[in-house]
Design a protein around this ligand. Structure first.
Ligand SMILES: [Zn+2]
Length: 79
């Protein structure tokens, strides 16, 4: 499991917007990243203003194993 580099205590959940877009969301502070590589490279946070144009927060669901494979994120630690 990846931990949030912002709050250092929340786990990063792989979630899916209604548009089908996957992103990573901290269960504690709700920081989010749209690319796991950005986290590993310390490249900074998800652009919430951009994100709001792509999906509504209430439509977010946990990503399935198939979603994660399709995104090519299967090597991310999830437990
Ligand atoms: Zn956090």
């Amino acid at each position: 499991m990846l931990y949030c580099p912002d709050c250092l205590q929340g786990r990063l959940l792989i979630v899916k917007a209604a548009t089908g877009r996957l992103f990573l969301l901290c269960e504690e502070c709700e920081s989010a990243w749209d690319d796991p590589v950005a986290i590993l490279n310390g490249r900074g946070n998800f652009d919430f203003e951009q994100g709001r144009r792509d999906f509504a927060w209430e439509d977010i669901a946990e990503a399935s194993d198939e979603d994660v494979r399709n995104a090519g994120w299967e090597s991310l630690p999830r437990e």
